[in-house]
Design a protein around this ligand. Structure first.
Ligand code: GCW
Length: 692
């Protein structure tokens, strides 16, 4: 049994995540030449610092030279900044020739990414000569949004929907003095190619708004910490800022004073942070101010900010999460799922080029299972980004093991538009799709529409970064999928395991894989069934409350009664939501016979004894899958217990504690959902398992 404390086994009071020293051993024991031009900049300094650190730790050596000097001396690896037009601003070439490895890039950021790609390959990077790999990110924008509050919010705390302690940078009303930990975070992000962070909550409270004014020196300090890792800084702003900060009587986007106020605000921000990225905006959503107050639409609102930031090369990320959160549950015609499309699709073509419409991946709100949002494919004349949620708001609050890579991969690979021939990943990254030749805007249109891949971060000042140590894999997988939406989420899981637990007993890697690989489906199987969503405790969104949102102004009902369950979103008899999709999905989802089982209750209201494509009935599916999933959690608990002494003690203890809560919570879900369904339907469980 290992007796080490975290402080013994980690270099810092926080966990090393996927960058433990041991992962650098293959690189650090080699002779490395870093060939840079003069004044290569802060990211190049990071490359040098990484190599210096690794070679000092593991006995290798390194030289920094200009490209002209590079022939001198014997080297095992050359990291070279030079001409590499084929890899764009972030990519790199990696290969091995005549027994030597090399990484070449046209920018320091590309070189940094190449260095880490080499680290990820471990000893394999040092084997026989290999074909050259050209690795270019699919998306030029790979962004994490942080819902961090400057002040501790009375309900939401320091980080809204944060399950990993406080904010890494804000503490009790201000930016922390000591940003050492932020630098460690920036290093983690840079190592997996994240290149943008938004610092503050999209729900902008009064103190956050001040980041735009007297908070700017602090924003600049944070930008200084992120910059050496190739990460640009963004801020969430309030649409009402001209009034709350500027003292103007209005925030009307067509008002000249308002326009001037934003232009001056942008001037101040870029004066403080010359490479600032831009603004993220949640407007007319869940109580946030927006253009509707002035009878204007979201294009008017977004373009107001876009024109203010355009002279600086800035971008506005305008969120499409707009719906009526004060609806009446008695009103059967209002469907929250329709809202984003109804608001935004008619505006296609009206947004300025430096506006990105940021769309949640599903039409509701980051549920465990939702249909893919039709908005993503419905705006061919608009730059669109997809927004994923790494923080586990609806997927177990980082108390449950829930590896989300497979879910995001399904979303990114989903063929949404143009008769199902362009995937979400292709739309948001601009990667060519098979339908480009038929594109009404011409084959070159796809890249113009690319808005990027964005997610809500799951980190905090917790020693493990993410509360649940295994939730680090979600941050890792998101970043890697943002780089390449086609990557295999199972391979990414193994990559993460290999880096985070280097040199571990093979039993450790196998157990981690076994615990995490299917964990999203297990979570789905003990929570809300067949895509119906919600059924969570209102407010916290943790734990079961089957009718929690059934009579609520927020929408999202399941309509269970003695005869059946589900939401009729068909064109024929329901809310018409299926009509927001292009063919074939508008028909696939419309027909109960072709609608995939996992989304059946999202699209249809069916009798309890409706037979699924799987052959079982809805009611029996609910009974069986909930019970089987809890059995699986029991096996997960046992498998983890078996790793005691084989992984870091503190990490083992933390996961053990979380798994105990997962088992308790999953059992509660199982029993409440099964019992609810039995009481409504009166249909007994054919398996004879206990119902309360
Ligand atoms: O999922 C909901 C959350 C809110 C969040 C909102 C949003 C930041 O419950 O906490 O607010 O979505 O995405 O804007």
């Amino acid at each position: 049994m290992s007796t080490s404390t975290p402080q013994d086994s980690w270099q810092n009071p926080w966990h090393d995540a996927w960058l433990p020293d041991a992962a650098f051993r293959p690189l650090g024991s080699r002779r490395v030449l870093v060939a840079l031009g003069p004044d290569a900049g802060p990211v190049a300094d990071t490359v040098v610092a990484e190599v210096r650190r690794a070679t000092r730790l593991f006995g290798g050596s390194f030289t920094v030279s200009t490209p002209q000097e590079r022939a001198d001396g014997e080297h095992d690896l050359t990291l070279e900044l030079g001409d590499a037009p084929q890899v764009g601003p972030d990519g790199f070439v990696l290969g091995r020739r005549d027994g030597r490895a090399y990484v070449r890039a046209g920018t320091a950021a590309g070189l940094l990414h190449g260095l880490h790609a080499l680290v990820r390959r471990g000893e394999d990077a040092w084997g026989a000569d290999d074909d050259e790999v050209v690795d270019v990110p699919a998306s030029s924008l790979r962004m994490l949004d942080h819902w961090d509050n400057v002040d501790v919010h009375p309900v939401m705390g320091q980080v809204e929907r944060g399950y990993a302690g406080g904010s890494l940078w804000f503490e009790a009303g201000r930016v922390r003095e000591d940003l050492t930990r932020v630098a460690a975070y920036a290093r983690l992000l840079g190592s997996v190619g994240i290149n943008a962070v938004s610092l503050n909550n999209v729900n902008v409270h009064r103190t956050e708004a001040r980041l735009l004014t007297d908070g700017l020196p602090d924003v600049a300090r944070l930008a200084d910490v992120f910059r050496p890792h190739g990460v640009r800084t963004y801020l969430s702003v309030s649409f009402a800022a001209p009034m709350t900060l500027g003292g103007l009587p209005t925030s009307d986007p067509l008002d000249a004073d308002v326009q001037r106020w934003w232009a001056e605000a942008a001037d101040r921000v870029w004066a403080a942070v010359p490479d600032f990225g831009g603004f993220v905006v949640k407007a007319d959503s869940e109580g946030q101010p927006g253009p509707f107050a002035y009878g204007r639409d979201h294009a008017d609102g977004a373009n107001l900010l876009a024109r203010a930031v355009a002279p600086h090369g800035g971008t506005v990320f305008w969120r499409a999460f707009v719906y009526n959160h004060t609806q009446d549950w008695r009103d059967r015609s209002t469907d929250r799922a329709r809202a984003a499309y109804d608001h935004f699709q008619p505006l296609d073509g009206r947004f300025d080029d430096n506006v990105v419409v940021q769309v949640k991946h599903g039409p509701l709100d980051f549920q465990t299972r939702e249909a893919v949002s039709p908005v993503i494919g419905a705006m061919p004349r608009t730059r669109v980004a997809v927004e994923l949620q790494v923080t586990q708001e609806y997927t177990g609050h980082q108390k449950h093991v829930c590896y989300l890579g497979p879910w995001w991969s399904e979303i990114l690979r989903f063929p949404l538009t143009q008769n199902a021939t362009r995937t979400v990943g292709q739309i948001v990254t601009g990667l060519p799709g098979p339908a480009d030749a038929d594109d009404p805007d011409g084959p070159e249109a796809a890249p113009r529409r690319a808005g990027g891949v964005v997610a809500v971060s799951n980190v905090g000042d917790d020693a493990f970064w993410t509360g649940h140590p295994l939730a680090q894999a979600n941050l890792y997988a998101f970043a890697r999928l943002a780089w390449d939406p086609e990557s295999d989420p199972v391979a990414l899981l193994d990559e993460w395991i290999g880096l985070t637990f280097p040199g571990a007993d093979p039993h450790v890697a196998a157990t981690l894989h076994r615990l995490m690989d299917g964990s999203w489906r297990t979570y789905e199987a003990y929570t809300a069934p067949l895509g119906v969503g919600f059924m969570v405790t209102p407010g916290s969104h943790y734990g079961p409350s089957v009718d929690g949102y059934e009579y609520s102004p927020w929408g999202t009902y399941h309509f269970a009664d003695r005869d059946g369950i589900g939401v009729d979103r068909t064109r024929a008899t329901g809310t018409g939501y299926t009509g927001q999709y292009e063919a074939p999905w508008r028909d696939v989802y419309e027909d109960v016979a072709t609608c995939p089982d996992e989304l059946l209750l999202f699209f249809h209201h069916v009798p309890w004894e409706h037979r699924l494509q799987s052959g079982t009935t809805v009611v029996q599916h609910v009974y069986d899958s909930r019970a089987d999933a809890v059995d699986e959690v029991e096996r997960m608990v046992a498998a983890w217990a078996d790793l005691a002494g084989l992984v870091d003690d503190a990490l083992h203890a933390r996961v053990t504690e979380r798994l105990a809560e997962q088992l308790r919570s999953a059992t509660e879900w199982r029993d409440q959902v099964r019992t609810y369904v039995f009481r409504k339907s009166g249909v007994p469980d054919a398996s004879g398992r206990r119902i309360y």
